[in-house]
Design a protein around this ligand. Structure first.
Ligand SMILES: [Zn+2]
Length: 185
């Protein structure tokens, strides 16, 4: 969160430059956080937390939801690399969420595998739409919370790490207006 404050104020840390970290990172990595981010080009975890190579273990998928293969990466980041924190990172104006809302409201379908994104977000749409306010933002928040809750129980490895308080799973929403990440779960 301190890094996000540096990012939004333009006060970025230049110590993370490649030339400063490459030698140390050649033999291993020790990322302090695992991030499950949307693939959206407007949201970059390393940039928005003002971090550099070796700091974040990032998985990305449009709609930032958990899949079997994503679980493998998150288990690797937490169990093997011992990152103590996992953040599910959604964002305002998410196109994947908007598509899922459209699929629900207009029975829209999308070409090829794009449909599977909308289908995977349908629970979040149902929950988020029950709230007032900005529909897209509410569904984004619902999707973040669903995936945080799911991750906490998802696999024996991650469940045990959470129970032993070796890993904390949180959810954040990135605001495209101002670059701020706010904890929502
Ligand atoms: Zn998105």
């Amino acid at each position: 969160m301190k890094g996000n404050a540096r990012y939004t104020t333009g006060n970025i840390d230049t110590n993370d430059a490649f030339k400063n970290t490459a030698a140390g990172l050649k033999h291993g990595q020790n990322p302090y956080a695992v991030i499950l981010s949307c693939a959206d080009s407007r949201v970059s975890p390393e940039l928005c937390f003002d971090e550099g190579p070796g700091d974040l273990f990032v998985t990305r998928i449009a709609g930032n939801y958990v899949t079997v293969d994503i679980l493998g990466s998150i288990e690797y980041g937490t169990y093997v690399l011992k990152s103590p924190i996992v953040m599910v990172l959604g964002h305002t104006e998410c196109g994947a969420v908007k598509a899922a809302i459209k699929a629900e409201e207009e029975n829209a379908s999308f070409p090829g595998h794009i449909q599977s994104i909308a289908s995977n977000l349908s629970n979040a749409v149902r929950i988020g739409k029950q709230k007032g306010g900005n529909q897209t933002t509410e569904v984004v928040k619902a999707n973040i919370r669903l995936n945080v809750a799911y991750l906490q129980q998802s696999t024996p490895i991650i469940r045990q790490l959470v129970q032993d308080k070796k890993v904390k799973i949180v959810g954040g929403i990135y605001d495209l207006d101002n670059g701020t990440v706010t904890i929502v779960s």
